[in-house]
Write a protein that binds this ligand. Structure first.
Ligand code: HAM
Length: 422
């Protein structure tokens, strides 16, 4: 019978990889904690409407990448493609605003987007991210950038580039949009079909197009940074000044617009040269209007999300060791029927003492058991044969030094513990 394979664009995280994931998740949680963010977990699926309204009907994510299906009552449900809208929904629904005026939340979650899979672009991927709800200050924007960089630093990742921009707000964006459309209009038929479609709906996304012709046509496009209203300009200037004060290098990218419609004012991306075409490991920005869009009270907000798979790709390219190899402390080798019967008792005692122990279950020869212990990179082997059993002792082999010694049964646990702490 033909074997069933996993869905294209998904990955099995194999036992030898899981240690790395756990180590990364631990570092993320520690740094989030230092920055005083609290974890929030939301359901894996939501009503489709949440994303349609939150991210924007015309974005790539909503228009072509969501896993959407009707449930048994024919209501449309979507596997979450991102976390900002669910976090905002949960914030409003659970009235988290009543608990404190500024709410700082973080998450580590699997997400789903039906994109064309390639290196660093998956259909199920993982993000960690953070959102601050209730703070309009540019310092909250900078905290987000500082937080993401602190996590990369804690993991030893280097060589990253921070790009920032301001996409304005409803006070200045409409006029800029018109200016941009006036620039694009004479060449509209030279742009790709996606951009032609975006022209009326969301012309700023045209600036983001990776198509070579479109990028060339965009080279002289008017910059939003030159059309910001006073409030947006002041906000942007304060973000830049604070970044400089914190010694965080950045480059301004006047054409950075991001692929989600909820952004206002600050947007940013962190990229790595170690990645190929999909070089963004982190993206974020301010989204002061999303709360109202989802039926809540006006709530200024800012956040970021980082792709864990892409971050691990960078770490690997940079030769970083994120997790210690999970070695076995003790392998119990039994010889003969009586010893094999006894070994289960000792296995239980060693494990109860917190010592990572394994034994043979296949009745293999002494040589095969030693080979297995070697393969598992075991630190110590304890041998129980007929002689040992008669004398109430174990023979111990130090697998690194090759030395052998004997330990009485009644001293086994303290002796092994002592050896392992050396
Ligand atoms: P995003 O730019 O769509 O933003 O995704 C953020 C990061 O998730 C990307 O920079 C990338 O590292 C990773 N990522 C996205 N799609 C994929 C994929 N198909 N495969 C692998 N990795 C991927 C957001 O999701 C916003 N919610 C960020 C945000 C939070 N803005 C404000 N708060």
């Amino acid at each position: 019978m033909e074997a069933i394979r996993r869905i294209k664009g998904t990955q099995d995280i194999l036992p030898q990889e899981v240690g790395k994931w756990v180590a990364v998740e631990t570092k993320i949680r520690q740094t989030m904690n230092t920055f005083h963010f609290e974890e929030l977990r939301t359901p894996i699926f939501e009503k489709t409407e949440l994303f349609a309204r939150g991210i924007g009907q015309l974005t790539d994510i909503v228009s072509k990448e969501m896993y959407t299906f009707p449930d048994r009552s024919k209501k449309l449900i979507t596997l979450k493609p991102e976390m900002t809208a669910p976090i905002m929904r949960a914030y409003i629904e659970n009235k988290l605003y009543a608990l404190s005026s500024v709410t700082k939340l973080f998450y580590i979650a699997p997400l789903f987007r039906q994109e064309n899979p390639q290196a660093g672009r998956l259909r199920q991927f993982h993000q960690f991210g953070a959102e601050t709800l209730g703070a309009a200050s540019p310092d909250a924007d900078v905290e987000m950038i500082a937080l993401s960089l602190a996590i990369y630093k804690a993991l030893g990742i280097s060589g990253l580039t921070l790009k920032i921009n301001s996409v304005g707000d409803p006070a200045c964006r409409p006029a800029y949009r018109d200016t941009l459309k006036n620039y694009i209009r004479p060449h509209l038929n030279e742009y790709c079909s996606d951009c032609q479609r975006r022209f009326d709906e969301n012309p700023m996304r045209i600036l983001d197009c990776k198509n070579e012709t479109c990028s060339r046509l965009n080279e002289e496009a008017p910059k939003i940074s030159e059309h910001l209203c006073d409030d947006c300009q002041t906000h942007y200037d304060q973000v830049k000044a604070q970044l400089q004060k914190l010694d965080i290098p950045f480059t301004e990218d006047p054409y950075l617009v991001r692929g989600l419609d909820y952004y206002t004012r600050t947007v940013f991306e962190i990229t790595s040269d170690a990645l190929g075409a999909q070089n963004a490991i982190c993206g974020g920005g301010r989204y002061d209007l999303l709360a109202e869009e989802l039926g809540g009270q006006p709530t200024p907000a800012v956040g970021f999300a980082s792709g864990i798979e892409r971050m691990l790709m960078v770490a690997e390219k940079q030769g970083l060791i994120l997790a210690e190899e999970n070695r076995l402390d003790v392998y119990l080798v039994a010889m003969g029927t009586d010893a094999t019967r006894e070994i289960g008792f000792w296995l239980h005692q060693l494990r109860a003492a917190g010592i990572r122990t394994e034994r043979d279950y296949l009745g293999r020869s002494m040589k095969a058991q030693m080979r297995e212990a070697n393969k598992l990179k075991t630190r110590y082997v304890l041998i129980l044969g007929e002689d040992e059993l008669n004398n109430n002792i174990f023979s111990l082999k130090d697998m690194e030094q090759g030395e052998q010694s004997q330990i009485p049964f009644n001293e086994l646990i303290p002796t092994v513990k002592n050896l392992l702490t050396k």
